[in-house]
Design a binder for this molecule. Structure first.
Ligand SMILES: Nc1ncnc2c1ncn2[C@@H]1O[C@H](COP(=O)(O)OP(=O)(O)OP(=O)(O)O)[C@@H](O)[C@H]1O
Length: 318
C-alpha cells in the first residue's frame, strides 16, 4: 500500500524583482517541476538534494501548507491541502531548525497540549509517552522548560511530540543538524526503532550518514525533479563519489600507501585518504593499522552537493 503518492506535481512561485528605480520584473520559479513518486507503508526514504532543490516545497505540499500549482498528491489517502485537519492526525512533522514545543512550558505540558489537540485517548497517550520517554531517555527532562534544554534534548523532545498521536507518516527535516555525535546516534537509533515498528519515514537531510544508517532508499531531487531513486551504494556508484578516511599517526611519516585508497592531504601527523564511497572502510583501516602507527581515525562522508556534482559530471543516472 502506498502512503505517499505524487503524480506530476509542480509548484511555481512568482517573484518580483526590482530592475530599475520604478521597474519591476516578474519571474517564475519552478520550485517543484513535474514530480512523480510513491512511498510504500513502512519505508524509510531519504529525500536529499542541494540547497534550493525543492525539498522543503515538497514537504510543505505533503503537509498541506502549500497547494500544488499542478498535479495530484495523496498522503494516507487524503488530499493534504483540502483535508489538512484529517491529515494532521495521520502525520507527524519534525523540523530540526524549529520547535513545535512551547518555549516556556515544561516538556510534559507541551505533550499534554498535544494530547488534547489530537484528542488522543488517555490509555494510548500514556503508552506512547512511556515508550518515547524510555527510548529517548526523556525521564529527567519532562519537568524542564523547553528553553532550558540543550539542542539535542530539545530535538528528542520534538520527536516525542510528533509521535504521541501515532502518525502513519513522519516527515523529518534535518533532524540531526547541529547535534553532537552522541545525540545524533541517539536520534538515529530512535528513528530506526520507530520505522521498524511500522511508521513510514520521509527524511530530508544534508548528512549522508543519516541516510546510510536509516534509509534503504534515497531519492535525490535537483531543480524540482527526481534525478536518482535507488539505494545509497547505487547513488555513490553513479557518481563515483569518494569517502575520506582521516588518520592520526603517532609520528610524521611519508604519505601512506595502501591498496584501494590514495592520500589527498597531509598535515603533520594527520593524513587524509580518499577511497570509493561504495566500498567498506574496514580493509583500508586494517591495512593502515597493520603497517603504520595509527592513533585515531574517522571517516568523512562526501557532501551531498559533491555527490550530485559528480553525478552530473557525465555519468549515467540510475
Ligand atoms: N515562498 C517562496 N517564494 C518564492 N520562491 C520560493 C518560495 N519558497 C521556495 N522558493 C524557491 O523555490 C526553490 C526551491 O526551494 P526549497 O526551499 O523547496 O528548496 P530546498 O531543497 O528545501 O532547499 P534547502 O536545502 O536550502 O532548504 C528555490 O529556488 C527557492 O528560492
Amino acid at each position: 500500500m502506498n502512503l505517499i503518492e505524487l503524480d506530476d506535481v509542480s509548484r511555481t512561485f512568482t517573484i518580483r524583482t526590482k530592475t530599475g528605480r520604478l521597474r519591476r520584473e516578474r519571474r517564475e520559479v519552478r520550485a517543484v517541476d513535474g514530480l512523480s513518486f510513491s512511498v510504500a507503508a513502512g519505508e524509510c526514504v531519504g529525500y536529499i538534494g542541494p540547497n534550493g532543490a525543492g525539498k522543503s516545497t515538497t514537504i510543505k505540499m505533503l503537509t498541506g501548507i502549500l497547494v500544488p500549482t499542478a498535479g495530484r498528491l495523496r498522503v494516507a489517502g487524503v488530499d493534504p491541502a483540502r483535508d489538512r485537519v484529517q491529515l494532521a492526525r495521520r502525520i507527524g512533522v519534525v523540523f530540526g531548525q524549529r520547535t513545535t514545543l512551547w518555549w516556556d512550558l515544561p516538556l510534559r505540558d507541551s505533550y499534554e497540549l498535544a494530547r488534547r489537540l489530537y484528542r488522543i485517548p488517555p490509555p494510548r497517550y500514556r503508552a506512547n509517552l512511556e515508550r518515547c520517554v524510555e527510548l529517548l531517555r526523556l525521564g529527567e527532562l519532562l519537568d524542564t522548560p523547553v528553553r532550558q534544554l540543550s539542542l539535542g534534548q530539545r530535538m528528542r523532545g520534538d520527536l516525542a511530540a510528533a509521535l504521541l498521536h501515532d502518525p502513519q507518516v513522519l516527515y523529518l527535516d534535518e533532524p540531526t543538524i547541529g547535534l553532537d555525535v552522541v545525540s545524533k546516534a541517539r536520534v538515529r537509533e530512535f528513528l530506526r526503532e520507530i520505522n521498524e515498528s511500522g511508521t513510514t519515514v520521509l527524511l530530508t537531510t544534508h548528512d549522508l550518514t543519516d541516510i546510510e544508517q536509516l534509509c534503504g532508499r534515497v531519492m535525490v531531487i535537483d531543480h524540482g525533479r527526481v534525478v536518482y531513486d535507488g539505494d545509497l551504494p547505487g547513488l555513490h556508484a553513479t557518481g563515483e563519489s569518494e569517502r575520506v578516511l582521516v588518520v592520526d599517526l603517532a609520528r610524521e611519516v611519508a604519505p601512506i600507501e595502501v591498496a584501494g585508497a590514495r592520500v589527498v592531504k597531509v598535515e603533520g601527523n594527520r593524513q587524509w585518504l580518499a577511497f570509493a564511497a561504495q566500498l567498506s572502510a574496514a580493509p583500508i583501516v586494517a591495512a593502515v593499522a597493520e603497517r603504520y602507527p595509527l592513533l585515531d581515525l574517522s571517516v568523512r562522508e562526501p557532501a551531498i552537493e559533491d555527490v550530485i556534482a559528480r553525478m552530473y559530471a557525465g555519468v549515467a543516472i540510475g
